[in-house]
Design a protein around this ligand. Structure first.
Ligand code: STX
Length: 315
């Protein structure tokens, strides 16, 4: 990956108890005295991947990444109780206070963009900048497109495999049908559904598919957290009061320097949402990458993201 910084290890890792039930895993990498940035991963339920550290100049940034509730090294694994958007927003503040940070840059793609918007709209004076990629606002049109009908026309081959665990008479509401299986007491049922759900997302994320990410989400533990947590958030409409909550509250964050990076051929989070955000937030720099899909590892997306973090690297 020619645009990314070299692979690094965290200089510190720790666990933080955030509720009676949940403990989250947090890592810091780069420069301990650098400019702080909080990295919000995707899914929800995707967990930390080491490559996330490589989007930041390690001499300049103090990179804070955590596994959101129930995924990665956070415990209990794949837990859905006490797991909502607003719990995660509260966790981000808990981490910030724990690390004695006043303000930080907020970086998030896909579900990470959803959470970045929810966090910054709740705490509008904590983000120095917002770097948002592959915009997802968890509206019904977005869920319907990817999990019910739309993306299916572009990836009919992968779609067949996504349909496999669901009998025809339940295919009218696939999120509902999946939720039933992902919350089953029968582990075999749960894991079969989790793998099919996760592989659908992995199969559609890049212009050129790669075996590695399919393999990653074929791992039963990783797939279980990803699919269960995503489906739980979607069944609950992201725990928003209103379908358009993130757009309706945009005025709360229009003072924050913001960059939006979007792949033109993003099939998971189609550009319609980035466009709606750009229209509502015209001050934000809007970068459309003409030859990219959804994944942050798409070369054109990686290049623009690193260019953006470089631009914001000084206090
Ligand atoms: N989910 C979009 C999302 O946040 C609807 C997402 N998609 N893939 C990912 O996240 C991983 C990068 C975690 C694979």
């Amino acid at each position: 990956m020619k645009y990314l910084y070299p692979a690094i290890e965290p200089y510190r890792e720790f666990d933080l108890k955030v509720s009676e039930l949940h403990t989250i895993h947090i890592e810091e990498s780069g420069n301990p005295n650098g400019k702080p940035v909080i990295f919000l991963h995707g899914g929800p339920g995707g967990g930390i991947e080491p490559i996330y550290r490589q989007y930041f100049n390690p001499r300049k940034w103090r990179v804070i990444i955590f596994d959101q509730r129930g995924c990665g090294k956070s415990t209990p694994h794949a837990e859905l109780r006490e797991n909502t958007t607003w719990d995660l927003v509260a966790d981000i503040e808990t981490i910030r206070r724990y690390l004695d940070i006043d303000k930080w840059a907020v970086f998030g793609g896909s579900w990470g963009s959803t959470l970045s918007l929810a966090y910054s709209q709740t705490h509008p004076n904590r983000a120095t900048e917002l770097i948002l990629r592959g915009i997802f606002m968890l509206r019904q049109i977005e869920l319907h497109w990817f999990y019910q009908e739309g993306a299916s026309y572009i990836f009919p081959d992968a779609w067949e495999k996504y349909l496999e665990p669901i009998p025809e008479n339940e295919q009218g509401d696939l999120i509902e049908a999946y939720y039933k299986r992902l919350t089953s007491n029968d582990e075999r049922v749960r894991i079969e559904a989790a793998k099919a759900w996760s592989i659908w997302e992995a199969s559609t994320s890049k212009l050129y598919q790669n075996e590695q990410s399919l393999h990653h989400f074929g791992n039963p533990k990783i797939a279980e957290a990803f699919a269960r947590i995503e489906c739980h958030y979607f069944i609950n409409r992201g725990f928003f009061d209103d379908e358009n909550q993130l757009l309706n509250n945009i005025d709360k964050i229009r003072h924050i320097p913001t960059v939006i990076v979007q792949g033109r051929y993003d099939v998971v989070c189609p550009m319609r949402s980035a466009w709606d955000l750009h229209r509502a937030f015209p001050e934000a720099e809007f970068i459309v990458v003409p030859d990219s899909g959804h994944s942050m590892t798409e070369p054109g997306i990686a290049k623009e993201l690193v260019k953006t973090t470089d631009k914001f690297e000084d206090f």
